[in-house]
Design a protein around this ligand. Structure first.
Ligand code: KIV
Length: 265
């Protein structure tokens, strides 16, 4: 029997220094392959609005979309922890957030929900946690709060904005998050904040010193053709999608991905 990854597994991994390998996942066939490859966590990201629906942003994704895709993944998952994104405008008040987080768990089969934002999200996070639902935070580049020109830039690059990110991270940890995604921030900032937090951090474009890494599946297989600095096409040099996913897991665990060339200063 395969042992399921839980919130406490992630905490143990942070303590032991074993890196957490996470990828996005949106359907049963890829999810089964990723789970068989040994991925630790599967994120049903609202990036599905871009990579599955073909939109330029994530803001059109609905709760029904998220529940549908989470269910496809949870249906076949044996081992990986399932994290499901709360879509745009689905957590504007504590009551609404609790109701929608519970739908992702009950109807979708998620183990944890993820939401974007710092201190201003503390009440929402605390309310979800009071209902015994694990929560993952998301700081740095937060696609749901984009202004077009902001969407793909590195965040927390000044002393002031790096300090704000750190204070936001500490505040949402205090409110109850169980882990935290850092997107597109300098490696040095990710390292410093990871060291002061008790909860595990998972980076995308945040350097090798986060406790784990996450990438959008379609990006790391070269399907979207995106050329962001932090991306690597793992299908190149591998003969199959399964081998590419296994290679990603290996490179995250042995810390060869992300290297300096995939990181921001
Ligand atoms: O929606 C998503 O895929 C995400 C990752 C980029 C972290 O939030």
């Amino acid at each position: 029997m395969t042992k399921k990854v839980t919130v406490s597994t992630l905490n143990q991994m942070k303590l032991s220094g074993e890196k957490i390998a996470c990828l996005t996942s949106y359907d049963a066939s890829f999810a089964k392959l990723q789970d068989d490859a040994g991925i630790d966590a599967l994120l049903i990201g609202d990036s599905l609005g871009m990579v599955l629906h073909g939109n330029n942003t994530t803001v059109h994704v609905t709760m029904d979309d998220m529940i549908y895709h989470t269910r496809l993944v949870s249906h076949v998952r044996q081992k990986a922890l399932i994290i499901s994104d709360m879509p745009y405008q689905s957590y504007t008040s504590p009551d609404q957030a609790v109701k929608n987080a519970a739908r992702l768990i009950n109807e979708g089969g998620a183990d944890m929900v993820k939401l974007e934002g710092g201190k201003e999200m503390c009440e929402v996070i605390a309310a979800i946690k009071r209902n015994n639902i694990p929560v993952c935070g998301h700081l740095g580049l937060t696609p749901q709060s984009f202004k077009t020109s902001d969407l793909f830039r590195v965040h927390a690059t000044t002393d002031e904005t790096a300090e704000k990110l750190k204070q936001d991270a500490l505040a949402i940890q205090e409110a109850g998050i169980d882990c935290l995604v850092f997107e597109c921030i300098p490696s040095k900032v990710a390292k410093e904040v990871t060291e002061v937090l008790d909860v595990p951090t998972v980076g995308i474009g945040a350097g090798v010193d986060c406790d784990g890494q996450v990438l959008v599946l379609y990006d790391m297989l070269g399907i979207t053709g995106k050329k962001f600095r932090f991306l690597k096409n793992f299908l190149e040099g591998n003969d199959s999608v399964l081998d590419a996913v296994k290679d990603y897991i290996k490179q995250v665990k042995d810390k060869s991905y992300p290297s300096a060339e995939h990181s921001f200063k």
